[in-house]
Design a protein around this ligand. Structure first.
Ligand SMILES: [Zn+2]
Length: 342
């Protein structure tokens, strides 16, 4: 497909907030605001019970031209003015919430074992280690409340303010109608594709790969970002929910963290499509692959080759389109991987 007519783009402005909170429940001295880049995320960035309750800020912001990050002073201020419970001097019991506090974000957190977590009054599942994941979609409201209830009934309430994002909107007019709407002959196939994709993203495994550090699945320049949208002949199309890495056909694609293959199939729009389950309903999806070198059910290791970049399906050139889902929620991979794919 070639788009060459009347292309107008609005200016992209994307300021993301990289922040992590360590919230002590028992004394104001236990509060510390810790600023991480997503690169700082790993298992070791979750404190165990022996971790000091106060940690030195570790500021490491991304240089990425598409994801310039600034520390939001409002969020820094928030975490130091939070309500607290009186100290009983027993357990450190922190809530750690790690990630980029922006629309489209996947945030990873940890609470003491046996604590319960709710987000805006909805229960958030925790794993055996007290780790959990929450997501905020492309146009999520900016204000949220996370409540942690410890085994002894004491509550910690955390107000989350997300950075609002502005997405690139591209208007393309004068296209032949067949470029805008798929032919009727493929509507049944597209329907079936969607059912298969939903099924591939319906598992809820206890893998904890999602709590390890993600790396870029391919090398190349970023040629498309999450959230951007095309308006074709005045009709707004489905927003772009992946991050695109442009590279020649045949460039290797690697697993960004461990996972289990839940789809390896040729679909109408996304061509050869590979879905990896990383646990707790977090999935990677890789679109337009030239080849897929793993099978459904395979367990893959971080860094293992899973396929090659291509332009299968409706693609405008060879590139990898990498997506992150929390169940059905479509989130921005750039909120969990740092830097650029080089
Ligand atoms: Zn894409």
């Amino acid at each position: 497909m070639k788009f060459s007519l009347n292309i107008r783009s609005s200016t992209t402005h994307f300021t993301s907030v990289l922040a992590a909170f360590v919230i002590g429940s028992f004394s104001i001295n236990a509060y510390a605001t810790n600023v991480y880049s997503t690169d700082a995320f790993s298992d070791s960035s979750f404190p165990g019970s022996s971790r000091p309750s106060s940690v030195a800020p570790n500021i490491a912001l991304s240089n990425s031209s598409v994801a310039r990050a600034t520390l939001s002073t409002s969020i820094a201020a928030q975490s130091s003015t939070m309500d607290t419970k009186p100290s009983d001097g027993k357990q450190p019991s922190p809530l750690v919430l790690n990630g980029v506090f922006t629309q489209g974000a996947l945030l990873r957190g940890e609470v003491p074992k046996n604590a319960t977590v709710t987000l805006n009054d909805a229960a958030v599942p925790t794993n055996r280690d007290g780790k959990f994941v929450i997501g905020f979609d492309r146009t999520a409201p900016l204000e949220h409340t996370l409540t942690v209830t410890l085994a002894d009934g004491s509550e910690t309430v955390r107000h989350i303010t997300l950075e609002k994002r502005e997405y690139n909107i591209q208007r393309i007019d004068g296209l032949e109608q067949k470029m805008v709407t798929p032919p009727a002959s493929v509507t049944q196939r597209i329907k079936q594709d969607n059912i298969n994709v939903a099924k591939a993203r319906s598992t809820n495994s206890d893998l904890d790969a999602l709590f390890t550090r993600f790396t870029w699945p391919a090398k190349g320049p970023i040629t498309g970002v999450y959230g951007s949208q095309r308006v074709l002949n005045g009709v707004p199309k489905w927003p772009h929910y992946g991050v695109d890495v442009g590279a020649p056909t045949g460039t290797p694609v690697y697993a960004p963290v461990d996972g289990i293959v839940t789809m390896a199939e040729d679909l109408y729009y996304s061509g050869n499509t590979l879905i990896l389950d990383h646990g707790m309903r977090v999935f990677s999806t890789f679109l337009h692959l030239n080849s897929i070198t793993v099978n459904v059910g395979d367990r893959v290791k971080k860094g293992e080759q899973i396929g090659t970049i291509g332009e299968t399906g409706r693609a405008t050139g060879p590139h990898l389109d990498w997506r992150i889902n929390l169940g059905k929620m479509r989130l921005d991979p750039q909120t969990i991987v740092s830097g650029t794919p080089k």
